[in-house]
Design a protein around this ligand. Structure first.
Ligand SMILES: Cc1cc2nc3c(=O)[nH]c(=O)nc-3n(C[C@H](O)[C@H](O)[C@H](O)COP(=O)(O)OP(=O)(O)OC[C@H]3O[C@@H](n4cnc5c(N)ncnc54)[C@H](O)[C@@H]3O)c2cc1C
Length: 484
């Protein structure tokens, strides 16, 4: 396994084509826009390598028996799934933000299970290939991004009816030794600082959409791959000296990028689905179920920091002992732990898939994510309420440092004795960042928009079965009109 420093060095040995604000970055991993996110992902390496959290951060590979990072591990049991949620909470509270690596671990589990089933049904050799790829991922401790979401153009049309057929990633050429893909994946968390991109379809596909049924692994610096790093809330602040107004040395959300594939050749050994559209739906559903459960873990960890920061600010404001303020903090606890319970519960009720790994309970997992789309907003509102208007009007760090007016600002922004205005400003900036639109939208749309969960929830809830049960309990008999 690598530690954080080795992870950074491993990234610097690659030369991906990364653009940010109109320019190609010569040293992307040192750039102030990316560096906080690299630093955050590095924590996932340090926590695994330092030996202090082995039971949570590491696992034993079922493929070769070696000790590996849990981020490259397959979920072999309920215990593995619960430990994953515990890991996400731990890292969430160590970083206070999105640490990006969970997309990849859910991606490898989805691909593992689906390649097994494609091979069984069609006699293909995808699973063996994927096993070899995964072994390398485990041995080299590589970070993989999960790239599922296409730009999708006109959402009322399927991929093959779009005015531009490239609006979903597709196979444009099949060669004797591999395939050529074209298209784009967007919003991809941690992509710029990943070693590998796991390309997966975003929806189930009928035969006419077979070219869009593509799953493969592409190195981040493969010829033809372009990474466009997105703009983020307050990202210019990252470039300010001292980073004070940024509020955290770590990034806000996961450093998302748009990936562009301009006729990228993918050799056979990296291709895990090429046309088997009837399996694409299962891949998406399983990936989404694992991924949606995650949010009860990582957001819980982030909220631990947010709750702590809000309580500290209330102490500085002198409001912490007030019963109403304490009740608002209690409400945050309730919202966060409800989600955590759902994540652990969906793991506890997992079932084994034919390929051997375990899938969380989809109904509970989707319920977790549905709650996250609401609760993270509610938590943000409560923190804004407790923090006060200063959250949106605080003068800049430069003003506080100004020889001319800094002293006056220090005087007028003082809080409870024993705390500096610097501490107060740091807390405010952290709360501001972690309740900004970037964070809220990640909670809303990351791992799928609310409606995507509601579709699964209603299907999983099995209304006909519940109606039968209602009839049985209430004493309603089928098919006798005289009873009506
Ligand atoms: C911070 C962040 C990180 C992310 N990380 C990743 C990642 O690592 N990997 C990845 O693959 N994806 C990632 N995503 C993408 C995420 O999965 C998508 O944002 C999500 O699936 C919604 O897709 P969309 O953004 O295209 O919105 P849309 O699908 O356009 O949804 C917008 C609204 O339109 C509705 N809608 C969509 N289609 C229809 C239709 N046909 N008819 C009626 N209504 C419709 C939706 O329900 C929603 O209300 C991330 C997103 C965010 C915000």
């Amino acid at each position: 396994m690598m530690n954080g420093t080795q992870y950074l060095e491993s990234l610097k040995r690659r030369s991906p084509r990364i653009f940010y604000r109109g320019k190609r970055l010569a040293n992307p991993y040192d750039h102030p826009a990316l560096a906080p996110h690299v630093r955050t992902a590095a924590v996932t390496y340090d926590l695994a390598a330092n030996g202090k959290h082995d039971d949570i951060m590491t696992a034993t590979s079922a493929l070769d028996g070696t000790k590996i990072s849990r981020f490259t591990h397959l979920f072999w049991s309920v215990d593995d799934l619960i430990r994953k949620i515990a890991m996400l909470r731990l890292i969430g509270r160590e970083t206070g933000t999105c640490f990006q690596r969970c997309v990849g671990v859910d991606g490898i589990n989805a691909i593992w299970s689906v390649t097994y089933e494609i091979d069984r049904a069609k006699g293909t050799g995808y699973h063996k290939r994927f096993r070899e790829f995964l072994l390398r991922l485990q041995r080299e401790d590589l970070m993989s991004a999960g790239a599922m979401t296409d730009p999708k153009g006109d959402r009322s049309l399927p991929p093959w009816q779009q005015a531009d057929p490239d609006l979903y990633v597709r196979i444009v050429e099949r060669r004797s030794d591999g395939i050529v893909i074209r298209g784009s994946k967007t919003h991809i968390t941690g992509a710029a600082n990943s070693h590998e991109i796991l390309v997966m379809p975003t929806l189930g596909l009928p035969p006419e959409g077979a070219d869009y049924a593509v799953t493969c692994a592409v190195p981040i610096d493969a010829p033809g791959v372009t990474v466009v790093f997105g703009r983020q809330t307050n990202d210019e602040r990252k470039e300010e000296e001292g980073r004070f107004d940024c509020g955290t040395p770590f990034g806000i959300v996961g450093g998302e990028s748009t990936l562009i594939f301009e006729d990228v050749f993918v050799p056979d050994e990296r291709v895990f689905m090429a046309g088997e559209g009837e399996f694409a739906g299962a891949l998406v559903e399983r990936f989404s179920a694992w991924h949606r459960a995650n949010y009860g873990g990582c957001k819980g960890g982030n909220a631990d920091v947010l709750l702590g920061a809000t309580a500290l600010l209330a102490e500085i404001h002198g409001t912490i002992k007030n019963a109403v303020v304490r009740d608002k903090l209690t409400e945050i606890v309730h919202l966060v732990e409800t989600n955590y319970a759902g994540a652990v519960g969906s793991s506890a009720l997992a079932r084994q898939l034919p390929a051997g790994n375990w899938l969380v309970d989809p109904l509970l997992a989707n319920t977790v994510k549905q709650n996250v789309t609401r609760f993270v907003y509610q938590v943000a509102r409560l923190t804004h309420d407790i923090a006060g208007g200063i959250l949106s009007t605080l003068p800049s760090d430069a003003d506080f440092r100004s020889g001319e007016i800094g002293g006056l600002l220090e005087k007028y922004f003082a809080g409870k004795q024993g705390f500096s205005t610097g501490d107060k400003r740091k807390l405010i900036r952290y709360i501001e960042g972690m309740t900004s639109v970037a964070t809220l939208v990640e909670a809303l749309h990351g791992a799928g928009s609310p409606q995507a969960q509601r579709i699964v929830m209603l299907r999983q809830a099995d209304l006909p079965e519940k109606a039968r049960q209602a009839k049985k309990v209430i004493g309603i008999k089928d098919g006798d009109p005289k009873d009506k």
